[in-house]
Design a protein around this ligand. Structure first.
Ligand SMILES: Cc1cc2nc3c(=O)[nH]c(=O)nc-3n(C[C@H](O)[C@H](O)[C@H](O)COP(=O)(O)OP(=O)(O)OC[C@H]3O[C@@H](n4cnc5c(N)ncnc54)[C@H](O)[C@@H]3O)c2cc1C
Length: 322
């Protein structure tokens, strides 16, 4: 099938709200793409999410208004996207968020289309029409550039918060409504209702301020004082992987390659060494303050301000003056 000079972004919606990661992917694709960036939006017939989407500057929105597909399962979504490509042509690239939905739909579609997919990219750029997809490899110790030179679409997933979203206007935006996709129903699975998961913790991916605890602050006193400091700073507590051994922390609070990618205005690192698997998750933090007893700690290279010394003493002193 002929390749069309378009770069597509899948719009993830959760209970009829656009997931912010979509805006991040659109912004990135607009920054790097010389061809039109196309958002693929599935919504209810009475919705108008395209108005919000337009604020992030796509060149085109492929709009599928379908009351059933909007609640479709992963197989149904995959089939519908496959049919969409059969109808419209094969885009040069097709980018998905590395979310639960994106991680399920993108590889299924990739298999149908017999193309390539790079999961969990940390960066994307073009060389001509070739998408250069950067992701950590070999135990996350090196960054690899992966390309899919002979197949289309070139597919990739990228994690939330790896790219920053920026609003932009595009007076040339076209909205094209797609009708009669004729996607196949999945008779094996019936979704009866959908609910957002109850929030058991502050969502660290959306936090504006984070106090992050590393192994250097992993004592009862260190954790208590860090939590008090976080309260005073109106911050969410995050951790490095060693802290997830403790009952109170899970992958939801873990920052880094196998945890969450964060983008706070302020990040305070307490006793964090700055391993590449951790720093992969903090690239978009705006102001980074780090405390470590080792004056050569890697984390200082990623920090705007640093203090060589004891994290517990630093936290106590800072908490006292706030
Ligand atoms: C495939 C893979 C995926 C991974 N994913 C992640 C991930 O998502 N997130 C993650 O965090 N890790 C991840 N890791 C683990 C990662 O490699 C590091 O082991 C981890 O980040 C180290 O955590 P840390 O900085 O808390 O501990 P350490 O590396 O042990 O560092 C502790 C630091 O505290 C300092 N220190 C000691 N005492 C004090 C004190 N009293 N006051 C101040 N400073 C002190 C030390 O100088 C040291 O720099 C992953 C590893 C692999 C192989």
């Amino acid at each position: 099938m002929a390749v069309i000079n378009e770069n597509w972004v899948f719009v993830e919606t959760d209970l009829q709200k656009i997931n912010p990661v979509t805006y991040q992917l659109l912004t990135k694709m607009k920054q790097i793409s010389h061809d039109p960036v196309v958002a693929v939006l599935i919504e209810k017939s009475d919705a108008s999410l395209e108005t919000e989407l337009a604020e992030y500057g796509p060149d085109k929105i492929l709009l599928i208004k379908d009351d059933e597909l909007v609640d479709g399962d992963d197989l149904e979504l995959t089939d519908a996207l496959n049919k969409l490509i059969q109808k419209q042509g094969t885009p040069n690239t097709f980018i998905f968020p590395a979310t639960v939905v994106g991680r399920s739909v993108a590889p299924r579609l990739q298999a149908w289309l017999r193309t390539g997919l790079t999961a969990d990219c940390l960066d994307l750029k073009f060389e001509g029409d070739l998408l250069i997809q950067t992701k950590p490899s070999y135990g996350d110790n090196i960054m690899c550039e992966i390309t899919i030179p002979n197949n289309h679409p070139q597919m990739a997933t990228a994690r939330p918060n790896v790219f920053a979203a920026e609003k932009q206007t595009n007076s040339n935006l076209k909205v094209e409504e797609i009708e009669n996709l004729d996607w196949e129903k999945d008779s094996k699975l019936v979704i009866k209702s959908q609910l957002l998961p109850p929030k058991t913790t502050d969502d660290i991916t959306q936090a504006e301020r984070i106090v992050a605890l590393g192994r250097g602050d992993k004592t009862d006193a260190g954790i208590t004082v860090a939590n008090n400091l976080a309260k005073k700073l109106h911050a969410t507590v995050g951790v490095t992987r060693p802290l997830t051994d403790l009952d109170q922390y899970t992958v939801n609070e873990q920052i880094g390659q196998s945890g969450q990618t964060v983008a706070p205005d302020l990040l305070v690192n307490l006793g964090v060494s700055g391993a590449v698997q951790y720093t992969a998750g903090i690239a978009n933090a705006k102001v980074v303050v780090s405390v470590n007893t080792d004056e050569h700690a890697q984390i200082f290279k990623y920090s705007d301000y640093y203090f060589v010394g004891n994290a517990l003493e630093f936290s106590r002193a800072l908490e006292a003056i706030l």
